[in-house]
Ligand binder design. Sequence first.
Ligand code: UTP
Length: 271
Amino acid sequence: MIKQAIIPLAGLGTRLLPLTSVFAKELLPINGKPGIEYILDECIDAGIREIIFIISKKKEMIKKYFYNDKFYKEIIKKKKDPQILREYKKILRYKKMIKFVYQNKPLGTGDAVLKTKKFIKDNFFLMLLPDDLIVKENCSKAMIKIHKSHKSSVMASMTVNKKNVSRWGIFKLKKKLNKNNYVIDDVIEKPSIQKAPSNKAVIGRYILPKSIFQILLKQKPGKGGEIHITDAVRYLIKHKKKFIAHNFSGKYLDCGTMRGYIKSSNEISKL
Ligand code: UTP
């Protein structure tokens, strides 16, 4: 069973400037609820018991959001408002599940993952990138089911328009298992239209093997001087580790760009 999830949150969020010059983008409201709570709810509903947040000193406000007990206790004593009590209980429930680790220099997603090495107990764990909201279907839950029946790693995938492939990591597929699941042959980061092996893109949900830490420990920086998780995944695939791409059926919302962030509230309000 997959019981642990990790969430990298130590990035700079430059695409959401100026908001992110003082604010953690994951706390920005999406239809009245901080983006990160959608991700936490997805994890809880998928049966995850422990969630590791990778934050940085600059993003300590995320920790504060879950550790503001004194503030809540004083307000509740004064106001006796059942709604505030409900909100506080919800925060307490999240807090119980979350551990914090630090990545103070944003050296890449792979480096962020490496910070969780000593906390991962089982052979596989879930990773969610919080900019990628998936609504209407619990993508993590569906991926855990696939992992259970194939005993392999799984990555979320989405069919994108052929002319946009160079914005994404694109899968090269080896074999179709059924309508929504494929065995992966390779992942190519931001290929040109001519070089793209398919139009199936990597989306921010991964079930990864613990063995990835050994690869990350030795990995040299890749594109842009960062340690990318996709480079470690590539290495594992090349060394015969089975990875399945799950084409999810929910709705994808990209909250990492200003345009996508604005659109996401609108889309969620219509659900
Ligand atoms: P991105 O590179 O897509 O987003 O990282 P970013 O760095 O937050 O924002 P931009 O690109 O400057 O606008 C994907 C996810 O990985 C985390 C980010 O917080 C984000 O959730 N991340 C990225 C880390 O935790 N550490 C890193 O070194 C890089």
